[in-house]
Ligand binder design. Structure first.
Ligand code: NAG
Ligand code: NAG
Length: 459
């Protein structure tokens, strides 16, 4: 029995390294009323059996789960094996599944300037008379995205992938100033009659109401369309040789953050992938004033922490204090300013903290730290606080003071006895008048001081 189980495991390891069987939402516009203008769609579960060549019989093609309509079970032949990428094929029984959606597709000529040259006027090949589908796939960690255009003879459930487009940077991140590559590559079935007429590539940028053409290239006439965008490029050799349509942004700026759509056109067909680019730059911090002024008892010291050059929002600023005991404790977030945006799109924001020496237990001072928590990482800046006479004296200090006072008192008693006692005439005769007055004054001061000390002590 054990042997059978291990055998089953082995065979399943083998099957997971092959092409997947994927559950996929079949989404289409609701037929009938509104002529599709309402945008209402229906959604059905479907099952896609992926294989790399038409000869290999999809063994399980006939078996479909009970909740899937048998007419929505498809066999898809993908000679490029793009859909057999391991990340699109999680181990059997996984709860999480790659995202997949398949829709009916209508081939049509395009009038876009850099695409129009692909389609011969008034020529609609009989090859187009078939069932066409577009499908999009995304793996679990959302880094790999694939879109395909596939064709099936009318009424057949066996599709052939004609065009596929892949991106490995579905969620790209970059710091400011770095070069960014947005990955996009495509594959065209060499046996399709559409592969001989060339292709076009288009990169668009789209973010909340803002859309613009980044780059458009007509591969048939080898022409680049006019665009306002600077500092972006394609590797044309890699594009023609390997279908590598990756966009290179020379230097990431805040305005580059957003959605990028890579579209590849064949005559009558198009496939696209949309990817996100995030520009994440942590703040640089500075503290004012630095160094802090010496703080006297009861005084309020103002400190300001300025975080600048970061993107995107939000940013959290807070304060910490580390005293002589080396323990950090929070001083709260201070009062935060609103954020300001600089010409380069980066943000700055500050926090002001009032160090109230009479309310906060700051001891003899310590280290005041400003902490900035941001998507790009946590940053800290510190400044030293020196405080004088904040604390009331400890028991030990009081005892020492009393001791000193008593010793001083004794000393003064002794000195004054020496000068005012029995031997005073002899001493006086050896002193001149100036010295004498000076010593007498000294004795008076010491006496006053020691009396005061004892007085305060008993008080
Ligand atoms: C495609 O081109 C980009 C930039 O030119 C490069 O970084 C990337 O590695 C290439 N991809 C492949 C699969 O060759
Ligand atoms: C008294 O002593 C001081 C210091 O030794 C000296 O400068 C001063 O001239 C002396 N005065 C007399 C009157 O001797």
């Amino acid at each position: 029995f054990q042997d059978i189980i291990s055998l089953l495991n082995l065979s399943c390891e083998a099957c997971s390294s092959t092409c997947p069987v994927m559950e996929c939402w079949f989404v289409q516009e609701k037929p009938g009323r509104g002529g599709g203008l309402t945008g209402a769609t229906t959604q059905e579960k479907s099952l896609l059996h992926i294989r790399t060549d038409a000869q290999s019989e999809a063994a399980e093609a006939q078996r479909a789960p009970a909740d899937i309509n048998p007419s929505r079970v498809y066999v898809i032949t993908d000679p490029s094996a793009t859909l057999c990428h391991p990340s699109l094929n999680p181990p059997r029984g996984s709860i999480k599944k790659p995202q997949c959606e398949i829709n009916p597709f209508l081939p049509q000529p395009s009038s876009i300037k850099w695409v129009a040259s692909l389609t011969e006027p008034a020529l609609s090949p009989p090859y187009l008379q078939a069932d066409w589908f577009s499908a999009s796939f995304q793996n679990l960690d959302k880094h790999l995205g694939v879109s395909t255009i596939s064709r099936a003879p009318t009424g057949s459930k066996e599709h052939d992938v004609i065009l596929s487009i892949t991106s490995k940077t579905m969620s790209a991140k970059s710091r400011l100033g770095e070069p960014v590559t947005l990955d996009c590559s495509f594959w065209v079935d060499p046996s399709t009659p559409l592969s001989t007429s060339g292709f076009s590539v288009e990169w668009r940028y789209q973010t909340r109401g803002d859309g613009r053409l980044v780059l458009a290239y007509d591969g048939k006439t080898d022409r680049l369309a006019d665009s306002q965008e600077r500092g972006v490029s394609l590797d044309f050799q890699a594009l023609h040789e390997r279908g590598n349509a990756s966009l290179v942004i020379e230097e990431a700026k805040v305005r580059h953050a957003g959605t990028y759509i890579c579209t590849v056109y064949l005559p009558y067909l198009l496939a696209q992938v949309a990817m996100e680019l995030e520009i994440i730059e942590p703040p640089s911090l500075s503290i004012h004033p630095s160094p802090l002024p010496l703080a006297a008892p009861g005084q309020t010291v103002q400190v300001q922490c300025e975080a600048s050059g970061f993107a995107p929002l939000p940013l959290e600023l807070s304060w910490e204090f580390k005293g002589a005991d080396e323990k950090s404790r929070s001083l709260g977030s201070g009062s935060m300013s609103g954020h300001r945006q600089a010409w380069d799109g980066t943000y700055s924001q500050s926090s002001r903290l009032e160090l109230d020496t009479s309310k906060m237990d700051l001891g003899r001072g310590g280290e005041v730290t400003c902490v900035a928590v941001h998507a790009g990482g946590t940053r800290r800046a510190s400044v030293t606080l020196n405080a004088i006479g904040f604390s009331s004296p400890s028991i030990e200090d009081s005892m020492a003071m009393v001791g000193v006072a008593l010793v001083l008192y004794g000393l003064i008693k002794f000195v004054s006895w020496t000068f005012t006692g029995s031997g005073r005439k002899e001493h006086f005769s050896r002193l001149n008048k100036t010295k004498c007055i000076f010593y007498l004054q000294l004795i008076q001061i010491f006496r006053l001081f020691s009396d005061l000390t004892v007085f305060f002590f008993f008080l």
